[in-house]
Design a protein around this ligand. Structure first.
Ligand SMILES: NC(=O)c1ccc[n+]([C@@H]2O[C@H](COP(=O)([O-])OP(=O)(O)OC[C@H]3O[C@@H](n4cnc5c(N)ncnc54)[C@H](O)[C@@H]3O)[C@@H](O)[C@H]2O)c1
Length: 452
């Protein structure tokens, strides 16, 4: 038995552009095959899968750990972040465990010249890897995903995948390109990789609850961090450090967090809403420290069959919390998909299917296990980008509805020309949304604000 992969894998690596082995350093273009003279790659006995981490914050560092935890010979070889301090913290966390490959070399092998900082850092880091982890704030996902596809890399990227409709259209176009190139793309909507959701939704699709005629999805919780403004900080730096509160970076919490539950609704319905309307505002989290986002949104999403799924998300400290989904079918219901022991229940009170999730693996780990297993076997198995782009669009459409107070239709939302991204990306450039003399940002006013 040798370390040589089978022919399938060779073909896959060639088609997908996955570079493996120590002979291919630094993301060099395919090298000429010495034996045949044709473009190809040298295959090494050292079957290393090289990973670049783009966006070295909490989730990116976690995702890199999960990549390292897989059974494959994974190495982190490059890191990129807008900020040096974030990159350094992540590098420290990743190297703390002192993980070693079978040959004794470090699994986190990122020399100084493979650490990249700034807005363009991603391009250089992507070039050095076979697989990229894209985990910056979502406003950057369209350009980073496009670049990773352009460079023919295998991809794990975090949700959501954009913050406005122009960004979604870019992700949809790059997703098509990724399919043509047979690049595996896994997106971190981890419920899609969580055994309990998979088992229950498979049965729902098989008709266990009859037709799904209604439901509610929730992310009601306390909210997130905030970083105080520093003296002499540029506006770009302030917004980047406080990305959660600015729509060009985050898309509001209906997009950043609640996309998880909205995606479950789309999964259960096996479609995307045709329209929505909603209400929202800033009730508790007001003031200049909280940028421009709302602290609550309630949206009715209407699907083509007339079903309405109600979505509720809010950030109020010290109140009832629920991050979950429930659905009503013609034969039965599921009251809490997130529970450790969830059941599809008949209206007669008898369980139709009970899933005990206690022994299930961690879905954050499973998504990496499955991705790296497919890569190592030369299989093309994952094309998550299109459906996550559409679930992200569903969340953005909800924001369009709560900000405008109007009914928003899918096609007009998707075709919106409103582009939230700054015209120039530089530390001294100005984002589009700026504070007034009192440090307050303009907040959407339903009935007046135009969103499509
Ligand atoms: N799947 C999940 O359950 C889950 C959980 C948490 C976060 N997330 C997602 O992961 C992403 C990151 O969230 P986080 O909590 O790690 O945030 P974070 O602020 O901890 O990390 C983001 C990192 O990206 C860096 N960054 C910003 N712009 C960049 C750029 N242009 N190029 C390179 N680096 C850049 C930041 O400096 C920071 O280090 C978000 O999309 C978030 O929604 C997903």
């Amino acid at each position: 038995m040798t370390n040589e992969p089978n022919q399938d894998r060779r073909d896959f690596l060639k088609t997908s552009g996955l570079l493996t082995g120590s002979a291919l350093l630094g993301g060099l273009p395919f090298q000429t095959n010495a034996a045949t003279g044709s473009p190809g790659y040298h295959f090494s006995v050292n079957d290393t899968i090289k990973v670049a981490l783009i966006g070295c914050g909490g989730r990116g560092t976690g995702a890199a750990q999960q990549a390292l935890n897989t059974k494959q010979n994974v190495k982190i070889v490059a890191m990129a972040d807008a900020y040096r301090d974030r990159l350094d913290d992540s590098y420290k966390a990743l190297t703390e465990r002192g993980l070693k490959a079978a040959d004794g070399s470090p699994k986190v092998d990122v020399p100084e010249d493979h650490k990249f900082v700034g807005f363009d850092a991603y391009k250089q880091a992507i070039a050095l890897a076979d697989v990229v982890i894209l985990a910056t704030p979502p406003g950057f996902r369209p350009s980073h995903f496009e670049e990773a596809v352009r460079q023919s890399k295998q991809i794990f990227m975090e949700k959501p995948v954009a913050t406005d409709a122009p960004g979604i259209r870019r992700v949809l176009a790059a997703a098509e390109e990724a399919k043509k190139k047979k690049l595996n793309v896994v997106v971190g909507l981890q419920r899609r990789y969580q055994p309990s959701y998979r088992e229950m939704i498979k049965r729902i699709h098989d008709g266990a609850l009859g037709d799904i005629v209604g439901g509610q999805v929730y992310w009601v919780s306390g909210g997130v961090w905030q970083k105080p403004r520093k003296p002499n900080q540029t506006e770009m730096d302030y917004q980047m450090r406080n990305w959660y509160y600015f729509n060009w970076l985050c898309g509001d919490h209906i997009n950043e967090q609640h996309v998880h539950n909205i995606d479950v609704a789309n999964w259960v319905k096996d479609s995307y809403p045709v329209s929505c309307q909603g209400t929202g505002g800033r009730q508790v989290r007001t003031g200049k420290d909280y940028g421009e986002i709302f602290d609550h949104h309630i949206v009715d999403y209407v699907y083509a069959d007339g079903t309405t799924i109600n979505s509720q998300c809010r950030h109020y400290e010290g109140t009832y919390s629920r991050v979950d989904e429930m659905f009503l079918g013609t034969k039965g219901k599921i009251e809490g998909m997130e529970k450790k022991s969830s059941a599809l229940m008949g209206y007669n009170g008898q369980p139709i299917y009970t899933h005990n999730a206690k022994a299930d693996g961690n879905p954050y780990q499973i998504e990496h296990d499955e991705l790296f297993d497919a890569i190592a076997k030369g299989q093309y198995k994952f094309a998550d980008a299109e459906r996550v782009a559409k679930s992200t669009m569903t969340a953005i459409m909800g924001r369009m509805a709560t900000y405008s107070g109007k009914v928003v239709k899918w096609d007009e939302a998707l075709n919106s020309q409103i582009d939230l991204f700054p015209t120039t990306l530089a530390w001294d450039a100005m984002p589009k949304s700026l504070p007034d003399a009192n440090g307050l940002y303009a907040i959407a006013v339903p009935g007046k604000t135009v969103t499509v």
